[in-house]
Design a protein around this ligand. Structure first.
Ligand SMILES: [Zn+2]
Length: 633
């Protein structure tokens, strides 16, 4: 929807500028025309939506002070992320510096090459004013600096060096040209913090997906980047997903969309927003001009783009009720991340095969990798995906060496739940219904009008923010039966709240797909994850039930010798390969620098290594499979 870009009367107004690039400081000025007469409360979020961990962004506020009509006003700290200004008639001005040196998609980063920020790291929430329009003046380095400085040793304020910096964001321009510094606007605080901002000298790719302008800004040096190939591939992904949710109108849920990509030596990550995403990738994963093959790195990058783009529907608009609105001060527990992250993980790679970016064989090998990964850990036998979702804040996001034995991933197992449901619905309705229909129904009923609705505000609610009420677990589950015409309650119960392995082999059968376990069980295995540390072989994780566990070895142990022969990070496999299953050998380790000896009873790895393969017979199976993997975009 095109909006009128006239300045509204009462706004919350911010100015943000890179103040010291070498010290990684943004300076923010916040003006509140008519502050709360009882004393204005301000706070910074404790977490960023999409990343379910308490991060306490306020710890990066270095200095903060307040003025009212030119006079200094007292700010009282209320808790780790909130302040209260002394009573004043206004306008109240808050000035603060934000330390920005977190090279991730979750916070803020600033140096001489670029600046990046999420509003959750930089924009204080003005309590009671969240529903007002929020205006941000985004300024370049050097703007508004104090000209009285006589210290000219710092040349980071040399404006000419940053004359080519541009701005990439999905925030709406108020008084700014596209990609320029200037004034931007959001309808409310919830929207303000949902449009990250990149500034610097980025490469800009542009394309349209079903008539909607899309961009990718790539920051970081990437020699010989094949921009044509990347643009064409992204367009396929975006058009496919728009058509998946809106097959008739092919209408995208946003006016424009921006991929903000930071290319680094080694990195991987993405965070979804309503009309953009922030990505970090390895430079080597981006396509090189003249190389047409699909490298594993590029496929992974396209999978990441596909994943974050799918969130535009699934989590940014189809939201769990507890996220409508978010409580930015505390953990927001939901049992539904298996749907929001798991199903998104299912559709990310499925989009690649449906659009022809990867072939069926490559897709099945990705499915097998996911399946084998889930089956590796015994955490899957203890925690359901619903519980894993609920406890994401303290378990999935805070994994330690025991995670494999205690936690199941709502991403990977959640994607297998989606696969199981999709295959089941397709097989039992002879291809008439599918998970696509369920996603579309979720979208129409709970997602499409999310930002057009107004949330009823309880007194305890942190933000009186416009938005729908979201969807409950019961409503999601009821939709499966309603849309498929089947009775899937028992299957869902087992898949979502159960801990038994999913019956995928049977679900594949009507599609002519087989799972074969090709694990080599002739060689001994420690069943432990090892890590190289100063050339030593250190146990990073010990898998429950394996030889290392049964011998009494522990994560953190440094392996010194097996059967009196020295172990290094590079020879452990070949050394074990000299023994037969059933042999018992002594193992020497250091634990807290104390030498310890254990008896290792050698046995084979118990984890399966499935390969997933398809056959074109019978014809009915091939037909079902082709309909599943077909592009409808
Ligand atoms: Zn995700």
């Amino acid at each position: 929807m095109a909006r009128n870009s006239k300045a509204p009367k009462e706004t919350v107004h911010y100015t943000i500028r890179p103040a010291d690039l070498a010290l990684h400081l943004f300076e923010v000025r916040l003006t509140i025309a008519s502050p709360d007469p009882e004393g204005q409360v301000l706070s910074l979020p404790a977490w960023i939506p999409g990343s379910y961990m308490i991060r306490e962004f306020a710890r990066n506020i270095v200095q903060i002070h307040a003025e009212c009509a030119g006079r200094k006003v007292k700010l009282t700290k209320l808790d780790k992320h909130s302040w209260k200004a002394a009573r004043c008639d206004g306008p109240l001005q808050i000035s603060y510096q934000v330390y920005a040196w977190d090279l991730s998609v979750r916070a803020a980063h600033l140096d001489q090459t670029h600046g990046f920020f999420n509003g959750t790291s930089t924009f204080l929430q003005v309590h009671g004013k969240e529903a007002l329009p929020h205006v941000v003046d985004i300024q370049p380095p050097g703007a508004g600096r104090d000209d009285r400085r006589d210290d000219d040793s710092d040349d980071s304020h040399d404006d000419a060096r940053y004359a080519h910096w541009r701005v990439a964001t999905s925030l709406r321009e108020l008084k700014a040209r596209r990609h320029r510094f200037g004034t931007y606007i959001a309808d409310n605080y919830d929207e303000l913090i949902d449009h990250p901002v990149e500034m610097g000298e980025f490469v800009l790719l542009r394309f349209e997906a079903h008539g909607v302008p899309h961009e990718m800004a790539i920051t970081g040096r990437v020699p010989n980047l094949d921009t044509d190939r990347l643009t064409a591939d992204l367009k396929k992904i975006c058009e496919h997903q728009i058509a998946l949710f809106e097959p008739a109108s092919k209408r995208a849920p946003m006016d424009r969309y921006v991929f903000l990509t930071l290319a680094v030596g080694d990195g991987y990550g993405g965070l979804e927003h309503r009309a953009s995403t922030a990505l970090i990738c390895a430079r080597a994963d981006l396509p090189v001009k003249g190389q047409a093959t699909m490298s594993e790195g590029y496929r992974t990058f396209l999978g990441l783009c596909s994943h974050e783009y799918f969130h535009t529907w699934n989590i940014k608009r189809i939201k769990p009720a507890v996220f409508a609105p978010y409580d930015l001060r505390h953990e927001n527990h939901t049992p539904l991340l298996w749907l929001l992250e798991g199903f998104t993980s299912y559709y990310d790679d499925l989009t690649l095969v449906r659009t022809g970016l990867i072939d069926e064989k490559a897709y099945f090998s990705l499915l097998a990798k996911t399946l084998n990964g889930v089956l590796r850990g015994t955490g899957r036998l203890k925690q359901s995906v619903a519980d894993s979702s609920f406890d994401a804040w303290t378990k999935y996001y805070r994994q330690d060496e025991n995670a494999t034995n205690a936690v199941v991933s709502y991403y990977t197992k959640g994607s297998l739940v989606a696969l199981l449901l999709d295959l089941t619905i397709r097989a039992q309705t002879a291809g008439k219904r599918s998970l696509d229909d369920v996603m579309r129904a979720l979208w129409r009923r709970y997602g499409r009008d999310f930002y057009a609705q107004t949330n009823s505000v309880s007194e305890a609610s942190a933000a009186n923010t416009p938005g729908g009420r979201g969807v409950t677990e019961a409503e999601v589950e009821a939709l499966f039966d309603e849309i498929s015409g089947l009775s899937l309650k028992a299957l869902l119960e087992k898949a979502v709240r159960g801990t038994r392995d999913l019956p995928l082999e049977a679900a594949f059968e009507p599609f002519g797909i087989t799972m074969k376990d090709g694990a080599k069980r002739s060689r001994p295995s420690l069943e432990a994850r090892t890590r190289k540390e100063n050339g030593d072989c250190k146990l990073a994780a010990v898998y429950e039930g394996g030889a290392a566990h049964q011998a009494g070895l522990s994560a953190g142990d440094v392996l010194l010798a097996i059967d009196g022969l020295r172990v290094t990070a590079s020879n452990v496999e070949s050394l074990l390969g000299r023994y037969r299953l059933g042999d018992t050998v002594p193992v020497h380790v250091f634990r807290r620098d104390e030498l310890m000896t254990f008896k290792l009873n050698l046995k084979a790895d118990s984890a399966p290594q499935y390969a997933i393969e398809s056959s074109n017979k019978p014809v009915a199976a091939a037909r079902l499979r082709k309909a599943w993997l077909r592009n409808r975009g």
